[in-house]
Write a protein that binds this ligand. Structure first.
Ligand code: 13P
Ligand code: SF4
Length: 305
C-alpha cells in the first residue's frame, strides 16, 4: 500500500467511527476533494452542513466556512484541518468598522458576503454567497443596500439590479491576480472557447466573460455547455474537479497566478491528523452565534440564485 492509500484507508475508518462527514470546497487539493463526502461552493457547503446528520464535520476549506458550519450546527464538532487557513478578504472588515459605517447609512440594510467573520455577520441583516448575491439583494424591500466586504462582487451585483449598492473596499487577493490581458490573450489562442469567471474578479475581467458564476455555477455550466473548451477565471483548485467530471472537455486556467494559499494549507495528511486528534476545532461563542445565525438563515431561506 502506498502512503496515500494508507492514509485514505485510515480516514475512511475514522469517518465511520466518529460519524463524521468530510465537506470540501471546490478549491481544495485533488487529494482532499477525492476523500470528501461532498465537494461544493460556499452555499452548497452551508446547505449541506445545515442538514447533515453527522456528529462531526471535517471542514476542508477556510475559517469562515467552518465558522458558518459551527453557527448552523452548534451541537456538532467542527474541525478545520489547519487553523491558519483564513480568508484575507474576511479580515478586510471588522464589526467595529461596520458599526461606524452603519451610522453613516442609517436604515440601509447590510448584505454580508459569507466571506466574513461571525462578528461581522452578527452586525448584518442578511448573508449571501456568490451563488445567490443578486437574488438576496433583490429579495430586500429597500432601494439601497450596503454590501460588505467584497467590492467586486458588490459591483457585479450593482450591474444586475436597479438598487443602489454601497460598496466596502474589500477584495480577494487571489482573484485580483486575474488580469483583462489574460482573458484577451486566451480568447485569441482558443477562439472557440467559452469564458467563465468568478464575480470576485475585477469588473474589467468580468466584462470580458461569457458567464460570471460561483464555483458551483461553473461546475454546472461545464456539464451543460456544448462548448468543448472553457477558459476558467477563478482559483486553480477547481480545474481538478472540472477535468475529473468532464473528461472530454478542455479547461484552460485564466491565470496560473490564481492560487489561494490558504485553501492549499489543507492536505490529506492534515485531514487524517485532525480526525485522529479532534483538533483544531472551530466554535463560535453563543452570543455571537445567535446574532450571526439570523442573517445566514435568511440567506438559506432565499436559496440559490
Ligand atoms: P464560491 O462560493 O463561489 O465557491 O466562492 C468561494 C470563495 O471563497 C471564492 O473565492
Ligand atoms: Fe478568500 Fe479569495 Fe481564498 Fe476565496 S480565494 S478563500 S475569497 S482569499
Amino acid at each position: 500500500m502506498d502512503q496515500n492509500t494508507e492514509m485514505i484507508a485510515k480516514v475512511q475508518t475514522l469517518r465511520r467511527e466518529l460519524k463524521a462527514v468530510i465537506l470540501a470546497h471546490n478549491y481544495q487539493l485533488g487529494e482532499v476533494q477525492d476523500v470528501a463526502d461532498f465537494v461544493g461552493d460556499s452555499l452548497e457547503l452551508s446547505q449541506n452542513a445545515a442538514k447533515t446528520g453527522a456528529e462531526v464535520i471535517v471542514f476542508c476549506g477556510v475559517h469562515f466556512m467552518a465558522e458558518t458550519a459551527s453557527i448552523l450546527c452548534p451541537d456538532k464538532t467542527v474541525l478545520l484541518p489547519d487553523e491558519h487557513a483564513g480568508c484575507p478578504m474576511a479580515n478586510m472588515i471588522t464589526a467595529a468598522r461596520l458599526r461606524e459605517k452603519k451610522k453613516e447609512l442609517p436604515g440601509i440594510p447590510v448584505v454580508c458576503y459569507v466571506n466574513s467573520t461571525a462578528e461581522v455577520k452578527a452586525e448584518s441583516d442578511i448573508c449571501c454567497t456568490s451563488a445567490n448575491a443578486v437574488k438576496v439583494v433583490e429579495s430586500l424591500a429597500a432601494d439601497e443596500v450596503l454590501f460588505v466586504p467584497d467590492q467586486y462582487l458588490g459591483h457585479y451585483v450593482s450591474t444586475q439590479t436597479k438598487k443602489k449598492v454601497h460598496l466596502w473596499p474589500g477584495f480577494c487577493p487571489t482573484h485580483t491576480r486575474i488580469q483583462p490581458n489574460d482573458i484577451l490573450r486566451l480568447r485569441q489562442e482558443y477562439p472557440q472557447a467559452k469564458v467563465v469567471v468568478h464575480p470576485e474578479c475585477r469588473p474589467e475581467v468580468a466584462a470580458l466573460a461569457d458567464e460570471v458564476l460561483s464555483t458551483g455555477g461553473m461546475c454546472r455550466f461545464a456539464r451543460e455547455t456544448p462548448a468543448r473548451e472553457i477558459i476558467v477565471g477563478t482559483e486553480l483548485g477547481i480545474i481538478y474537479r472540472l477535468r475529473k467530471e468532464n473528461p472530454g472537455k478542455k479547461f484552460i486556467p485564466a491565470s496560473e497566478q490564481a492560487v489561494c494559499p490558504n485553501m492549499k494549507l489543507i492536505t490529506l495528511e492534515k485531514v487524517l491528523w485532525t480526525m485522529q486528534e479532534m483538533r483544531p476545532q472551530v466554535k463560535v461563542p453563543e452570543d455571537i452565534r445567535i446574532k450571526a445565525k439570523a442573517p445566514i438563515d435568511r440567506m438559506l431561506a432565499v436559496g440559490s440564485g
